[in-house]
Write a protein that binds this ligand. Sequence first.
Ligand SMILES: Nc1ncnc2c1ncn2[C@@H]1O[C@H](COP(=O)(O)OP(=O)(O)OP(=O)(O)O)[C@@H](O)[C@H]1O
Ligand SMILES: [Mg+2]
Length: 196
Amino acid sequence: MPEALALHHIDRRYGPVHAVADVSLAFEAGRVHAVVGENGAGKSTLLKMAAGVVTPDAGRVTVRGEPLSPHTAREAIGRGVGMVHQHFALIAVLTALENVMLGAEPVGRAGRLDLAAARARAEAVAREMEVTLPWDAPVESLGVGDRQRLEIVRTLVRDARVVILDEPTAVLTPARPTSSTRRCAAWPTAGARSSS
Ligand SMILES: Nc1ncnc2c1ncn2[C@@H]1O[C@H](COP(=O)(O)OP(=O)(O)OP(=O)(O)O)[C@@H](O)[C@H]1O
Ligand SMILES: [Mg+2]
């Protein structure tokens, strides 16, 4: 079976900085992979290329053996590859639920937004993660821990089969990473999700 996600000779420069130099990596389904390196090693750049967010200068990304083409985040999400970013990508003035729905709005009959369906889906994912979130509160009123959990829910709601977590616990208090990490470790067995 082809790898859930694979990078083939991926390369990326930012001006004089060679952020990622000829990296090939394969991520198997049903496993948790970790990408480890010092600050500035190129981890975020590498993972953003895997998620279609940053375009490589050379090399290619495959999802279950098929090239990610076009190389865009929208295509990656459509193919089941979701990413939780190191730096928050939420819209502060929108509510938690609205942020979850952005770009993945369930549409009911007559093309109207199905808010009840969106809420039920978000709540189901949150329950699976063993977290509760204030769905109707604006994101700007949420603490960093809730924002991070919201980002993860947002990715999972999009039916991600490969979940890329870029240092998701860096902003959480010491007590929190334990429960988050435990949940992540359980994903592959729970639903054959693969994360890195
Ligand atoms: N958008 C950008 N423009 C210019 N340089 C960048 C950009 N993104 C990353 N870089 C540079 O590329 C190199 C790799 O950065 P990257 O953020 O991928 O590293 P990292 O391993 O994720 O680091 P950290 O552990 O601090 O998150 C660094 O030298 C960084 O300054
Ligand atoms: Mg980084």
